[in-house]
Design a protein around this ligand. Structure first.
Ligand code: S3P
Length: 175
C-alpha cells in the first residue's frame, strides 16, 4: 500500500491515532516533527526560536519529499504542513490523506499546559487556535476522509478509520 498521511490541527490526535493505525495495518509509522528534530538535532521550539517558521517549513517540505518516495508508511504530519500547496500535492500523489478534526475548545483543553507548540505560546491561545483553524480549514478539507476526534476514545476512532479504508479498498469510498 502507498503511504497514509494524517493531517489536521495541533491536538487533534494525529500522533496517537496514526500510531494505532500503523500497528493495525502492520505498516511502518513515522512522525515528521520527530524526523525534523532528529535531522536538526534541536527541538521544534528551538528551531522556531532560533531559525524561524519559514526555515521550519522548508525542513518540513524536505522531509516530506524524501518520505513520499517510500511506501508502506503511516505518517503523522505537523499541523501546518498543509499551508504549502505543494505539500498537499505530494501527499495526494503518494498516498491517502486522513484529516483529523476537533473543536477549538477540545483542542484548547488538550493543549493548554503544553509548551511544545511554539505557535500557541501567545496571550490568548484559544483565540489563536480559532484564528489558525479558520485560516487552515480550506486546506484540511482536502483530505480523502475527515474524522472528528473531539468526543470518542482513540480505539473507536481507529475502528471508524479502518472501516473507511476498507470501503475505499472495495471501491465504496464516499469521501
Ligand atoms: C505546527 C504544528 C506542530 C509542529 C509545529 C507547527 C503548526 O505539529 O509541526 O509546532 O503549524 O500547526 P503538531 O500538529 O503535531 O502539533
Amino acid at each position: 500500500m502507498n503511504n497514509i498521511y494524517f493531517i489536521g490541527f495541533m491536538g487533534t490526535g494525529k500522533t496517537t491515532i496514526s500510531r494505532l493505525i500503523a500497528e493495525r495495518l502492520n505498516m511502518k509509522w513515522v512522525d515528521l516533527d520527530d524526523m525534523i528534530q532528529q535531522k536538526e538535532k534541536k527541538t521544534i521550539v528551538e528551531i522556531f526560536r532560533e531559525n524561524g517558521e519559514e526555515y521550519f517549513r522548508n525542513l518540513e517540505k524536505e522531509v516530506l519529499t524524501d518520505l513520499a518516495v517510500e511506501r508502506g508508511y503511516v505518517v503523522s504530519t505537523g499541523g501546518g504542513i498543509v499551508i504549502i500547496d505543494e505539500n498537499v500535492k505530494i501527499m495526494k500523489e503518494s498516498g491517502l490523506i486522513i484529516t483529523l478534526v476537533a473543536s477549538p475548545d477540545v483542542i484548547y483543553e488538550r493543549l493548554k499546559d503544553d509548551q511544545s507548540r511554539p505557535l500557541l505560546q501567545v496571550p490568548n491561545p484559544l483565540e489563536e487556535i480559532k484564528r489558525l483553524m479558520y485560516e487552515r480549514a480550506p486546506f484540511y478539507i482536502k483530505g480523502d476522509m475527515i474524522i472528528d476526534t473531539s468526543f470518542d476514545e482513540p480505539d473507536m476512532i481507529v475502528e471508524e478509520i479502518l472501516k473507511e479504508i476498507e470501503k475505499r479498498k472495495n471501491g465504496k469510498g464516499t469521501c
